[in-house]
Design a protein around this ligand. Sequence first.
Ligand SMILES: *[C@@H]1O[C@H](CO)[C@@H](O)[C@H](O)[C@H]1NC(C)=O
Ligand SMILES: *[C@@H]1O[C@H](CO)[C@@H](O)[C@H](O)[C@H]1NC(C)=O
Ligand SMILES: *[C@@H]1O[C@H](CO)[C@@H](O)[C@H](O)[C@H]1NC(C)=O
Ligand SMILES: *[C@@H]1O[C@H](CO)[C@@H](O)[C@H](O)[C@H]1NC(C)=O
Ligand SMILES: *[C@@H]1O[C@H](CO)[C@@H](O)[C@H](O)[C@H]1NC(C)=O
Ligand SMILES: *[C@@H]1O[C@H](CO)[C@@H](O)[C@H](O)[C@H]1NC(C)=O
Ligand SMILES: *[C@@H]1O[C@H](CO)[C@@H](O)[C@H](O)[C@H]1NC(C)=O
Ligand SMILES: *[C@@H]1O[C@H](CO)[C@@H](O)[C@H](O)[C@H]1NC(C)=O
Ligand SMILES: *[C@@H]1O[C@H](CO)[C@@H](O)[C@H](O)[C@H]1NC(C)=O
Length: 357
Amino acid sequence: MFSKLSTALLCIVSIMGGTVSSQNTSTSSSSLNQTFYKDVNVTRGLTYHYYFSPPSEDQPVLMFLHGFPSSSYDWHNQIEFFQVEGYGLIVPDMLGYGGTAKPVNPELYKSSLISQDMVDLLDAENVEEAIVVGHDWGSKIVARLANYFPERFSAFGFVSVGYFPPSVFDANMTEINNLTTQAIGYEIFGYWDFFSSDGADTLIENRLDSFYDLLFPNDTVFWITDFAPEGKMQAWLEANRTTATGNYVTQEERNTQISIWRDEGMAAAVCWYIIVTSDIERDDDQGIPQDNLTIKKPVFFGAALRDYVAIAASHISRTLQASENTTTIHEYNSGHWAMFEVAAQLNSDLLAWVESL
Ligand SMILES: *[C@@H]1O[C@H](CO)[C@@H](O)[C@H](O)[C@H]1NC(C)=O
Ligand SMILES: *[C@@H]1O[C@H](CO)[C@@H](O)[C@H](O)[C@H]1NC(C)=O
Ligand SMILES: *[C@@H]1O[C@H](CO)[C@@H](O)[C@H](O)[C@H]1NC(C)=O
Ligand SMILES: *[C@@H]1O[C@H](CO)[C@@H](O)[C@H](O)[C@H]1NC(C)=O
Ligand SMILES: *[C@@H]1O[C@H](CO)[C@@H](O)[C@H](O)[C@H]1NC(C)=O
Ligand SMILES: *[C@@H]1O[C@H](CO)[C@@H](O)[C@H](O)[C@H]1NC(C)=O
Ligand SMILES: *[C@@H]1O[C@H](CO)[C@@H](O)[C@H](O)[C@H]1NC(C)=O
Ligand SMILES: *[C@@H]1O[C@H](CO)[C@@H](O)[C@H](O)[C@H]1NC(C)=O
Ligand SMILES: *[C@@H]1O[C@H](CO)[C@@H](O)[C@H](O)[C@H]1NC(C)=O
């Protein structure tokens, strides 16, 4: 029981959230300068849209990977900060979001394929080696890049969601949620079933303000009561409930994110959940050799102490266990959206880490 429980907590804990960005500048007041965006077709033919800024002289290139249901705009505070510092930047809209391709076939969202896409973006910019930083499902891709392409990155950074171990078991969400209830009192991943269910995309699209408030609540306890447990998110949306948005979110950020959701829809984005509640993720992860499970380069983890889905203690523990090299851990008084809520602190900690490499 203990090992099964820790496996469940270790393997799964994650995520959620969202932001948005790019592409439709007619409705968005995105603070990012659109002239820095480029488009490239990766090897498998899909188009990626990404923010690119070349490094000054021999400064390193940073790659930032966002999560659900977001876009490169999630990182606008980091882009503005590190661009001024002279770092190179590659910040893609991930598959299913923003100006990047939005296929609705979940098979295309396998981590091994998306990892290759990220390396294709490095190749497109002739970048031999980068420092990669992820948040939410973007952190899962950072973990897979460490597993599949360790030689292309000099260091690996995680925000809110730490190292994501490869999936090793059948994703029976009923059992997993039962285990998390026994461990900490609520179903941490109950909402995965909702995102993976037919019609979730349409319900969200019809309740964008309600969805936004639940993703970015000022009171992060809503994630315990109304976000994570089975059936609760759906009930919240059906009732079109609202609550105060996090006081760290500006009106411009809220408007930008909601307008991108409205323009692009959720049908592609939910594929990031369908692969983990089906066998797709587990089968894909079989290709990771045992020797590639640990990270032999420096690691950064910014833990969010009020993220009640990506539980800080669990994510710190699993990140330390996966790291063979130096591990830099920072703990923030923040909910899931550390890159917004504690942007200045995160930026200065990331800068100190990058300068130390
Ligand atoms: C941008 O959004 C506006 C309003 O929602 C819409 O009319 C327009 O077609 C969109 N443009 C593109 C290129 O998607
Ligand atoms: C966007 O960046 C370009 C190139 O650096 C610059 O010429 C332009 O003025 C910028 N636009 C805005 C709105 O800042
Ligand atoms: C990239 O792929 C898109 C969609 O398949 C296609 O329309 C476009 O021509 C391709 N662009 C390049 C540069 O190959
Ligand atoms: C495992 O890691 C090595 C580098 O240590 C890399 O060359 C190799 O391609 C990785 N294996 C797989 C299957 O990705
Ligand atoms: C998941 O586990 C529960 C409890 O053990 C079981 O009743 C159910 O049939 C399982 N579901 C699937 C899809 O295997
Ligand atoms: C959860 O697991 C416990 C212990 O195995 C079991 O008694 C209980 O019925 C399970 N509950 C659900 C909802 O599956
Ligand atoms: C938001 O939360 C902060 C504490 O984090 C609190 O001081 C503030 O009053 C809250 N604002 C609203 C509108 O609830
Ligand atoms: C849901 O509430 C928003 C305000 O938060 C309102 O604009 C919208 O019309 C409501 N939608 C439905 C379907 O009731
Ligand atoms: C840690 O990573 C640095 C930078 O890649 C490397 O030079 C060093 O050899 C690594 N140390 C260990 C113990 O792996």
